[in-house]
Write a protein that binds this ligand. Sequence first.
Ligand code: GDP
Ligand code: IMO
Ligand code: MG
Length: 416
Amino acid sequence: MSKADIIVGIQWGDEGKGKIVDKLAQEYDVVCRSQGGHNAGHTIWVDGVRFALHLVPSGILNPKAVNVIGNGVVLNPPSIIKELTQFSDLEGRLLISEKAQLNLPYHSLIDLAREKLKGSNAIGTTGKGIGPAYSDKINRIGHRAGELLNPAKLYESILEYFAQNKIIFDALDIVLPSNEELKGQLEEYSRELSPFIVNTTNYVWKALEENKRVLLEGAQGTMLDIDHGTYPYVTSSNTVSAGACTGLGLNPKDIGTITGITKAYCTRVGNGPFPSEDFGDDGETMARVGKEFGTTTGRKRRCGWFDAVAVKYASRLNGCDQLSLMKLDVLDGFDVLKICVAYELNGEIIDYMPSDLDNVKPVYEEIKGWDSVVGCRDFDKLPATAKQYITRIEELTKTKVGIISTSPEREDTIIR
Ligand code: GDP
Ligand code: IMO
Ligand code: MG
């Protein structure tokens, strides 16, 4: 019986999970998504060709891997149908849980309307209907992917849902699709997606029993976790490693190695606290060199220094065996780098994550920069100051750095 390994984002998302999952997927038989939806945007570069994935697991570029969308995901049918047009050989390589919740176009309308009402307190969601789809699940009024196998029955059920929730749609000024439109949409979703809908719990259990290598790919990041992140400026799922178990039907004993993905600096897209954000030239340089624009919404990402307090917290929450330090090359050419080693809260210095990050100020340590690490594939060839930076991160986060990434390309990766 094998164990499932986990790749998990340990900052505010966009850490480079897609690149690492794609790199590692070459050695895995099964790659699974367990939470989130098409709010995720995972960019992968292979030999100069760019792939942008939202719902499809990043194992799809390994022709031998089977890709599973687990029960914990909120599945937007039009988004995945569009995404699948990038690939031609999908038979037997994509499985969708019949228990995955459907994230339907009206969820996005609710999301956008609620954000508008919040005005300056908006969360800055991706507008993809994630919160409303998960709310319907928890409210027990949602619909599941398995219902697409009988679109006529699903149609009746959604009409009933519209009638029961009319007061909400009216209050938010939401124009719902006509009955004909809805029927046509559901028939299309059913036609396109039914071939992939199965009992993925049984599939993953059998894969582990047969000693297959299974990789679980996280979406978003730990600081966006609904329970442990910077609430309410978070997403609506459990992004931590424990969420991968419920999102697939696994138990904690099924889990093997857990790798936390972190940038060598830090970014955040959307609103909410970000203690080590840099509003000056350094943040601008990181955004420009790191091409920090969102894969899903195209929004500019806020940039700042590596926050060792947040990563230490996230590493403990997720049980990280190792870190994968991404985008080290983006720090090339800085004379001096800063690391946030503690926070100041009401005049006190703390080295742990308080439940509210609103009033903390970063305490920085400075460390000498380096000329260039871009494209480096050999740890011994890294400049001495880059090695010192990595060692300091290991000390502060109490976690070893097992993987280092030095460009967007699959092969520009150091595995120690
Ligand atoms: P994800 O959501 O965690 O999968 O990350 P995204 O794909 O949204 O954002 C990470 C971005 O950084 C992508 O555009 C990647 O191509 C890019 N990237 C990943 N690793 C590296 C790296 O080591 N160096 C550079 N320069 N870019 C990288
Ligand atoms: P990947 O998988 C970065 C952010 C949004 C917003 C908050 C809530 O690419 O790392 P939501 O639409 O989920 O209700 O938005 O979460 N967010 C992400 N930020 N990377 C992501 O995914 C994100 N998915 C959601 O910007 O702040
Ligand atoms: Mg992303």
